[in-house]
Design a protein around this ligand. Structure first.
Ligand code: HEC
Ligand code: HEC
Length: 291
C-alpha cells in the first residue's frame, strides 16, 4: 500500500518535472525566435555636430542617460551580468577600438540603435533601453552620437550575449526589459529640441530615465530584479510629496534620504543622479510634485 502511494507520488513528481522542462524549452524556443527576428525600418539621417559645446552636452547626456553605467565610463563596453541563471549580458564597446562597433558603422546605424532598438543587420538589441533613447530629441541624440564618435578607441572584446533560463522566463513574462524593439512606437516623429530651462516640461523629458524602474506613472512597484528592494512612488503621493526641493536634490546628490536611509547605487543609481545639473534636478522635482 505504502509503496503504491510512493510510486504514485513519484510518478506525479516526475510528470511535473517533465512538464516544467518541456515548458521551459518551449519558452526558450519562443524567446530565441523573438531575439533573432529580422526587422526593417526606414533609415534616418541626423546631422552630427562637431563643435565642443555639442560634444560637452553629449558627454553630460551620456552620464545622465546611463550610457556610461552600462557601457563603461570609457564607453568601451562592459559585462553587466554573467551568471548561470540570468546568462551573459554585455553592453557593447561603442568605440572604434578592437571589439568595438563594426567597421563602417554609420550615423544611420547609430540612429537605428537609439531610435528603433535593432543592430546594423536589423536584429533586436537585447537589454539596451532603446524604448527610452527613442524619446530623445534629435538635438540630444545627435550630441550623444557626436560624443560617442569622439571618445578615444578602446580595445575590449566582450563575450556574446547569452540568455540564461532566468532571463528567458522573465523576458517571456515581460518582467525584464529585454526587447526594446517590441515596445517602441516606431512611427512616432522625433522631437526636434527638448526644453532646457527649469520647468515641469524639462522634468517630464528627463524623467524618462527614471521610468524603467519607477514605472511609467512613477508610482513604483515590484523590485526590478529578484533580491532588490521594491521601487518607491516618487510622485506627490509618495515620500517625495513631503520633501522640499532642497531635500529632493540632496537625496539625489548624496544618496541619503531625509529619513536618513542610504540608497545603494546598484539599486537606485544615485551616482548618476548626482551628476545632473541643479536645474535638471529642480525640474524633476517640479514634475514629480505635479503628478
Ligand atoms: C541598461 C544598460 C544600458 C544603457 C543604460 C545603455 N545601453 Fe546601449 N546597450 C546595452 C546592451 C546590453 C547592448 C548590447 C545589445 C546587443 O548586443 O544585443 C547595447 C547596445 C548599444 C548599441 C548597439 C551597438 C552594437 O553593437 O550594435 C548602441 C549604439 C548603444 N547601446 C548606445 C547606447 C547609448 C548612446 C546609451 C545612452 C543614451 C546607451 N546605449 C545606454 C545596454 C545599455
Ligand atoms: C535601476 C532602477 C532605478 C532607476 C533607473 C531610478 N531609480 Fe530611484 N529608486 C530605485 C529603487 C530600487 C529605490 C529604493 C531603494 C531603497 O529602498 O533603498 C529608489 C529610490 C528613489 C528615491 C527615494 C524615494 C523614497 O521614498 O525614499 C528617489 C527620490 C528616487 N529613487 C528618484 C529617482 C529619479 C529622479 C530617477 C531618475 C532620474 C530614478 N530614481 C531612477 C530604483 C531606480
Amino acid at each position: 500500500m505504502k509503496i503504491k502511494i510512493l510510486k504514485r507520488t513519484g510518478l506525479v513528481l516526475l510528470s511535473i518535472v517533465i512538464l516544467l522542462v518541456a515548458g521551459y524549452f518551449g519558452i526558450a524556443y519562443h524567446m530565441k525566435g523573438r531575439t533573432s527576428r529580422q526587422y526593417s525600418f526606414e533609415s534616418e539621417k541626423l546631422d552630427i555636430p562637431s563643435d565642443s559645446a555639442s560634444i560637452a552636452r553629449g558627454r553630460h547626456l551620456s552620464i545622465i542617460k546611463g550610457c556610461q553605467d552600462c557601457h563603461g565610463t570609457d564607453l568601451g563596453g562592459k559585462v553587466m551580468m554573467d551568471d548561470g541563471g540570468v546568462g551573459t549580458l554585455s553592453a557593447s564597446n561603442l568605440t572604434r577600438g578592437k571589439g568595438g562597433l563594426p567597421e563602417g558603422y554609420t550615423t544611420e546605424d547609430w540612429v537605428m540603435s537609439l531610435r528603433h532598438g535593432v543592430d546594423q543587420s536589423g536584429v533586436p538589441l537585447i537589454f539596451m533601453p532603446s524604448h527610452e533613447t527613442t524619446l530623445l530629441s534629435a538635438e540630444d541624440m545627435s550630441a550623444i552620437i557626436a560624443y560617442c564618435m569622439h571618445v578615444p578607441a578602446v580595445d575590449r572584446e566582450l563575450p556574446q550575449i547569452k540568455l540564461g533560463p532566468v532571463a528567458n522566463v522573465m523576458g517571456y513574462l515581460g518582467k525584464m526589459p529585454l526587447l526594446a524593439v517590441e515596445r517602441i512606437n516606431h512611427t512616432a516623429p522625433m522631437l526636434a529640441k527638448a526644453d532646457t530651462t527649469e520647468s515641469i516640461e524639462q522634468g517630464r523629458y528627463l524623467a524618462i530615465s527614471c521610468s524603467g524602474c519607477h514605472q511609467s506613472d512613477f508610482k513604483g512597484g515590484d523590485p526590478v530584479a529578484p533580491g532588490m528592494p521594491p521601487v518607491p512612488d516618487i510622485t506627490s503621493s509618495g515620500a517625495v510629496g513631503a520633501w522640499t526641493q532642497t531635500q529632493f536634490i540632496q537625496t539625489l546628490r548624496s544618496g541619503k534620504t531625509p529619513a536618513g536611509h542610504q540608497l545603494k547605487n546598484e539599486e537606485m543609481p544615485w551616482k548618476m543622479t548626482a551628476q545632473y545639473e541643479q536645474k535638471e534636478l529642480a525640474s524633476l522635482y517640479k514634475y514629480f510634485r505635479s503628478i
